[in-house]
Design a protein around this ligand. Structure first.
Ligand code: IMP
Length: 448
């Protein structure tokens, strides 16, 4: 067995720009895999000068000859997937039927999962702010052993209907009890619709294990294109403000059906400033014009968080929601190093942070926390108990910087940008291997 897997994982709350670095490392690999989550993720890929918004298919499929896999740890909304396949084909991406493999073990997201997602949020005193893509309820059905898998969509329609009937039996009672009659599921109707989706997906559905067994024994490069991020992990994140899968590196291996011995390197991805959508603690968050429901309050003076949002175009790729914005938290990266096995970092938006510094006159980096009367150097996991959020201790860099595309290595970067990178490396104890300096696919500097 060869160590041939590169896992690209988010270090904070998602939207770190994993797609771009995953695409870069996919160039030297043969396989690219989505292992966790579903259409709650959003990766934008530039193909032939056109922006393609992908939610399920790994972005690396746009390279000719690469094999894209959607692993068994994912949850798939068939309609979203079929639309994406059509988009890729219409955009000129070739041989999709030969190059896209969908694990039959992945679970199916149905419309009632989205209705349940809404209902769960409605009855919570502190809603999570989910993407409403039905992710939690689908994983929940999977955990209670009544989920429907992609393989099931290929069964004769009466067998699929039986599985759907079992799945929705309790959900229907819940809908009725909550005056949501319009959401009650007719299993026959959905079996017919989803059986049709099954026919369309059939060419792609397969047992991915033999493919990966060969890949790992032949040392073919495999890239796991992580979705969501470490702080949203169901075990390792700030429960309950998390997603329902395991985006950490070990969860990605599991969700891809890859053995731990195949892992070569974990690239942790972060932004030079930090953002979060949805609720939950964010120690370095800056004041901004977002209300408690996550909506933008217009017509107010720009606050520090608004400056970051506007300069970084920080609006959700999946939901369009304005993101909460704040300074780089290097302490949390240290947690990521251990919980996620991060070997090297890719820090995106170094150019944007320079502009933020130029606009505000300063840049801050959180290098320690003050928590419960002590200085600590990790994110504690008992904040729900103490009702305290760690207070950031910052190092400040005066002003900002300007990056132009002629800067192709670490040494050509402005002095203060280099200082920023060194501070992050020291506080996180992780070497920075890549920095993103612009939106294009090749706007990445590799540091040797
Ligand atoms: P869910 O995954 O839709 O259940 O949402 C749970 C939490 O994860 C919410 O705070 C979402 O905003 C967040 N989340 C889920 N997927 C992503 C993502 O791809 N990027 C950023 N946040 C995400």
């Amino acid at each position: 067995m060869k160590r041939c897997v590169t896992a690209v994982v988010g270090c904070k709350w998602g939207d770190e720009g994993k797609g771009k670095i995953a695409s870069l490392v996919t160039k030297d690999s043969q396989f690219v895999i989505r292992a966790t989550g579903g259409s709650n993720a959003g990766h934008t890929v530039i193909y032939n000068g056109k922006k393609l918004a992908l939610h399920l298919v790994p972005g690396g499929i746009t390279y000719p000859n690469k094999i894209g896999i959607i692993g068994p740890g994912t949850v798939i909304d068939p309609k979203v997937l079929l639309d994406e396949i059509t988009l890729l084909k219409n955009s000129g991406v070739t041989d999709i039927e030969e190059r896209l493999k969908i694990s039959g073990r992945a679970h199916v997201v149905f419309p009632w999962h989205k209705n349940l997602d809404e209902l769960h949020e409605k009855v919570k005193e502190n809603p999570i702010g989910t993407t409403k893509r039905g992710i939690g309820p689908t994983y929940s059905d999977k955990a209670t052993r009544k989920g429907v898998r992609i393989y099931d969509l290929l069964l004769p329609v009466d067998e699929l209907e039986k599985k759907i009937r079992e799945d929705v039996f309790l959900h229907n009672q819940l809908f009725l009890a909550n005056n949501m009659e319009e959401c009650v599921v007719d299993s026959k109707e959905f079996a017919t619709i989803f059986s049709e989706y099954g026919k369309l997906l059939k060419p792609y559905v397969t047992d991915i294990l033999p493919i990966l067994m060969d890949a790992v024994s032949n040392n073919n490069g495999i890239v796991i294109e992580g979705a969501q991020a470490y702080r949203l992990d169901n075990d390792d994140g700030e429960y309950p403000d998390v997603t329902s899968s395991h985006p950490v590196a070990s969860g990605c291996l599991l969700g891809a059906s890859l053995p731990p011995q195949s892992l070569k390197i974990v690239i942790g991805v972060d932004k030079a400033y930090n953002t979060r959508v949805g609720n939950g603690p964010f120690p370095t968050e800056l004041p901004s014009s977002i209300d408690k429901n996550g909506n933008l309050i217009t017509g107010k003076t720009m606050l520090e968080g608004d400056v970051i949002r506007e300069l970084g175009h920080e609006y959700g790729a999946t939901t369009g929601r304005p993101r909460r914005c704040g300074w780089m938290d290097a302490v949390m990266l240290r947690n990521a190093k251990y919980a996620c096995g991060v070997d090297v970092l890719c820090i995106n938006h170094l150019d944007t942070l320079g502009e933020i510094g130029r606009k505000l006159g300063y840049i801050k980096i959180c290098v320690d926390y003050y928590y419960m009367g002590k200085v600590i150097h990790y994110y504690p996991d008992d904040t729900n108990l103490t009702h305290q959020i760690p207070e950031p201790i910052y190092v400040t860099i005066e002003g900002g910087w300007k990056i132009d595309k002629s800067m192709r290595d670490f040494f050509s970067l402005p002095e203060s940008a280099k200082e920023f990178i060194r501070i992050v490396e020291k506080a996180s104890e992780i070497p920075v291997k890549f920095v993103g300096i612009g939106p294009a696919n090749d706007d990445i500097i590799e540091i040797f």
